[in-house]
Design a protein around this ligand. Structure first.
Ligand code: URP
Ligand code: ZN
Ligand code: ZN
Length: 462
């Protein structure tokens, strides 16, 4: 592997901002300094640009088999789209099929990703059926597969949902093994009852998705999971947090000295529930769970980011094309849940966050990269620009303007929920492990370039 010198950029990490040249040897950062006098195989001028650590999206679902279909991005198309936008690493969910082993799920996910992903990837393991035999697998999953994070779903009964006893016992088991539990917190039983009542009343349009899943269903489940985690002492992370009510449960936990890790997603910061009330079938584009909330929840989430209550802004990237969404044309509960976002998250968070004065530059890096790297054991290999770290670097032009459109995006999906949005700030070049992966919109790496990332057991002090 060769060497690369990035000159005249402004390095921004979660804590620092300074002008420097960055010299990369092979896959890692070797020297950072002012006006470096070193020669390299390739030199890139980054004047007037920021150098950000490559984005990490800790919540994606490539090729997820779900609700009678499959998420439309493969590991190849989805991670490539991520690279275009500035995301160099994803953590996807290897989801156990009920009645089968964790090992089978991990094997299946490796089959989808290995030799195909263009960007780097790790896996969380989603436990949908916790029993004596699954319990026996945990040590192997952590120590051999390098997976330290285990997801439970508190909704989607009959497919993915676990009951409280399973969650409780999983958490108990993971305390001494070095695992963190992440949870989709929605009260599945309340939601299923609401869905049934709506359908019985002939309410079939997409708007009944949000009307069946009120914020309190999310907050109740979050509070319950937080309490169970507290009782067990297990490290705990809430995925795709959407609302003020859930944040209140997290604040209450903090006041008893509990640490709760919180993720939100870019769509919950930028889109609101009025989308479901658009004419026709438009609302199906944002049928995801939990659903979009109100403007006041967006304000609460931005505030929680600045209060250090939220550690990561992910996407829950789970795209379905409109012909797949049409499975729920006459029944909102059959619309596959999920939406695209991996390509737009990084630039939208910069434009709407930093550009509109909602967050600072360092906070942008923390939310888009460092926070997830620290929680999930990827730091400092990923999540920062430092000597010895992987050279995952985004050369970002803060002045470049562009418009989001499904016509030009690289995600394998035929709509974009941000269609027509004007974005200020653009990923000009994405470098992954020292290789220029994307340059001015051109992909220079291909299928199989991405590497699987093993992670060490969870360390609460990181
Ligand atoms: O609607 C969503 N979020 N689909 C993906 C699965 C999940 O719940 O994360
Ligand atoms: Zn979920
Ligand atoms: Zn998800």
């Amino acid at each position: 592997m060769g060497s690369l010198l990035i000159k005249n950029g402004t390095v921004v990490t979660a804590t620092d901002k300074y002008r420097a040249d960055v010299y990369v040897e092979g896959e890692t950062v070797a020297i950072i300094g002012a006006q470096l006098e070193v020669s390299a195989d390739r030199e890139i001028d980054a004047s007037d640009c920021y150098l950000f650590p490559g984005g990490i999206d800790a919540h994606t679902h490539m090729e997820l088999p779900f609700m009678g279909t499959h998420a439309s991005d493969t590991f190849a198309s989805g991670t490539l789209a991520g690279l275009h936008g500035g995301t160099t690493t994803i953590i996807d969910f290897a989801i156990q099929t009920q009645g089968e082993s964790l090992e089978a799920a991990i094997r299946e996910w490796h089959k989808k990703a290995d030799g195909h992903a263009v960007g780097d990837y790790a896996f969380h393991c989603a436990v949908t059926d916790f029993n004596d035999s699954t319990r026996q697998e945990l040590v192997h999953v952590i120590n051999e597969h390098g997976i330290n994070s285990f997801k439970v779903f508190m909704a989607y009964k009959g497919a993915l949902m676990v009951d409280d006893r399973q969650m409780y016992e999983l958490m108990q088991a993971l305390v001494s093994l070095g695992g963190i539990v992440t949870a989709h917190t929605e009260n599945g039983d309340m939601i299923d009852s609401n869905i049934q009542k709506n359908l019985q009343a002939g309410n079939t349009a997409p708007k009944y998705h949000v009307l069946s899943r009120p914020a309190l269903c999310e907050a109740e489940a979050a509070g319950r999971a937080i309490d169970i985690a507290y009782q067990t002492g297990c490290a705990f992370y809430i995925v795709h947090t959407t609302c003020e009510e859930t944040l209140a449960r997290v604040r209450a936990a903090m006041s008893r000295n509990q640490k709760v890790h919180v993720e939100t997603c870019i769509q919950y910061l930028l889109l609101d529930d009025s989308y479901y009330f658009k004419a026709g079938f438009e609302g199906a584009k944002v049928v995801m769970s939990p659903p979009l909330r109100k403007k006041k929840d967006q304000d609460a989430l931005w505030a929680a980011i600045n209060q250090n209550l939220v550690q990561h802004v992910a996407t829950d990237h789970c795209p379905f094309c409109m012909d797949q969404k049409a499975m729920g044309k006459d029944d909102f509960s059959k619309i596959p849940n999920g939406a695209p976002g991996i390509e737009n998250r990084f630039e939208l968070l910069y434009s709407e966050g930093v550009g509109k004065g909602r967050i600072g530059l360092n906070k942008f890096v923390e939310m888009s990269s460092t926070g997830a790297a620290k929680i999930f054991g990827l730091f400092p290999r990923k999540g920062t620009i430092a000597v010895g770290s992987d050279a995952d670097i985004v050369i970002f032009d803060p002045q470049a303007k562009h418009t989001i459109s499904a016509e030009t995006h690289h995600m394998n999906v035929d709509y974009n929920a941000y269609e027509g949005w004007q974005v200020r700030g653009k990923t000009r070049t994405t470098i992954l492990r020292g290789t220029v992966a994307i340059d001015n919109g051109e992909a220079l790496v291909g299928e199989g370039f991405g590497k699987y990332l093993k992670r060490p057991p969870f360390n609460p002090l990181h």
